[in-house]
Design a protein around this ligand. Structure first.
Ligand code: PPY
Length: 504
């Protein structure tokens, strides 16, 4: 969207008249936009837009979005012109009591030296992040059973360690899609990193650069793709997570630009033709819908609910299918990995089409409820490859990754022993970024320390020693198993809220 410098300036008073659902204009960075039609498509809900209807929304917009989000998602004609700066009256915003209490908690964060594991970051994040942020990041589909299962699955795999091996030095470094990585861990893509911290994804990029870890840059980041790539050190490897847009030209441009900027791998998300039902997040959005006294069953209301459920369809194409793969392969030389494969049949298909690998994942439990954990899929997929194709893992030609529920180096070690090249962690690094870049670095250091100790205790000198015989995964498919109560972790989960009467 180009700025028409010759357009007449619009007075703030004119903008202020368009302050309703029927006609809603907002100002962002001095530009006036008509967002009347867009507000029901807004992934953050319409109420937040209506709160700024007829007003300057720049501060709130910048808190969450990259500068190019509006120009990417709004039709050019929705940019109406520039606001006349002489007419803008500055409004002081009042901090709510809850905001003040949160700021107080934020100023009492325990020092990083007292953070001993990744669960600690999660517990702290819950206390200091805005409740809407916490709801968005932590929520998962339906009854949040898959998301809990992701973590619980690791409790069903136990070790069979070896002794009397010289483990005076141990080395857990590896390569991922040919790129060196200091550990078999990468930062998985998560949307809207600025919600956690003003430096959002850049904290992850910089910490990754300092620790030799690879970051998967999300399509839905809070910073632009270039801002995130610019924050990397020279030679620092990054991957790109891709949501394929309905408009294939947008996707082609992004992919080819990423390749030019040196991105080393393309992770195409294939498990999100529609957004899963994240009810804790939805309740927050309802809290953010404008109250309506109108009957809830009018055609307009039904259309609005329908649109909100499918909001993701406006920029993630639900028609994406296997026939698009040759096209993706034709537009880039980057290795292509499918993120969100959940069956051995689809893993075979990816292998047969010459792709570089698959991420066995249920999207952090945020998509299909009762999708199995990546770890359980890994056991099944490797078994099928061995039995039907005679192929074993890890395998440089076709790499298997898992993500979801990983909080400890022992979790990672189990997945690697079972054939994964590396394991993705998404939420834990976001929670750590409540402390900014030092928090993310501390999270990485904690993982390194855990790797060192556990490699020694397992008798594994290098990644090559992490073989299937080192673990007992015979219970992985048993979905009911007694484990000691994981109280710290359970404390970070929340029981579902049920509908309540509105306050009188
Ligand atoms: C997720 O929230 O799980 C995502 O993958 C990001 C996202 C956010 C908003 C719309 C579509 C996808």
């Amino acid at each position: 969207m180009s700025t028409n410098q010759n357009a007449e300036l619009i007075s703030a008073q004119t903008v202020a008249k368009h302050n309703s659902r029927e006609s809603c204009w907002i100002i962002v960075s001095g530009k006036v936009y008509d967002v009347t039609d867009f507000m029901d498509d807004h992934p953050g809900g319409s109420k937040i837009i209506l709160k700024y209807a007829g007003m300057d929304a720049t501060a709130e917009y910048d808190r969450i979005h990259p500068p190019d989000a509006l120009s990417t998602h709004l039709a050019p004609e929705k940019f109406l012109g520039l606001v006349d700066p002489k007419t803008v009256v500055k409004v002081e915003t009042q901090m709510s009591e809850e905001d003040k209490a949160r700021a107080q908690r934020k100023s009492s964060l325990p020092p990083l030296s007292e953070i001993l594991n990744l669960h600690d970051f999660e517990a702290i994040a819950r206390l200091v992040m805005h409740e809407r942020t916490w709801a968005y990041y932590s929520s998962a589909a339906d009854d949040e059973i898959s998301t809990r299962e992701n973590h619980a699955a690791y409790h069903r795999v136990w070790f069979r360690p070896r002794v009397l091996r010289d483990v005076s030095t141990v080395d857990w470094s590896t390569t991922i899609l040919g790129q060196p990585s200091s550990m078999p861990v990468y930062i998985s893509a998560t949307a809207l990193g600025k919600l956690a911290h003003p430096d959002g994804e850049l904290n992850l990029t910089r910490a990754a650069g300092n620790h030799g870890v690879i970051q998967m840059v999300p399509t839905m980041a809070s910073f632009t793709f270039d801002e995130i790539v610019d924050a990397a050190k020279p030679g620092q490897a990054q991957f790109l997570q891709l949501y394929v847009n309905r408009d294939r030209n947008i996707t082609k441009k992004l992919v080819q630009h990423a390749e030019k900027r040196g991105v080393k791998g393309l992770f195409v998300t294939v498990d999100t033709p529609q957004l899963g039902r994240r009810e804790r997040d939805m309740r927050m959005r309802f809290a953010n819908q404008e109250p309506t006294e109108a009957p809830q069953n009018t055609p307009q209301d039904r259309e609005r609910v329908q649109k909100a459920a499918n909001v993701v369809n406006s920029f993630i194409d639900p028609a994406l299918n296997w026939n698009d793969i040759p096209w993706l392969q034709s537009i880039t030389k980057m290795p292509i990995v499918l993120k969100g494969v959940q069956s051995w049949a689809d893993a075979f298909e990816a292998y047969d089409r010459g792709l570089a690998g698959v991420v066995l994942s249920n999207h952090g439990g945020r998509q299909l409820e009762f999708a199995r954990s990546g770890l359980e899929m890994l056991v099944e997929v490797t078994q099928h490859f061995k039995q039907k194709r005679g192929i074993t893992f890890p395998n440089d030609k076709f790499q298997l990754f898992v993500d979801g529920g990983v909080r400890r180096a022992t979790d990672v070690i189990k997945a690697v022993a079972l054939g994964a090249t590396a394991v993705g962690l998404g939420r834990p690094f976001l929670y750590a970024s409540a402390y900014g870049q030092p928090g993310v670095e501390r999270a990485m250091q904690i993982l390194h320390d855990e790797f060192e100790m556990n490699m020694r205790l397992l008798g594994a000198r290098t990644i090559k020693d992490l073989v299937p015989e080192l673990v007992d995964a015979s219970s992985i498919h048993a979905h009911m198993v007694a484990v000691p109560d994981d109280r710290l972790y359970n404390a970070n989960y929340e029981s579902m809220q049920h509908a309540r009467l509105r306050e009188m």
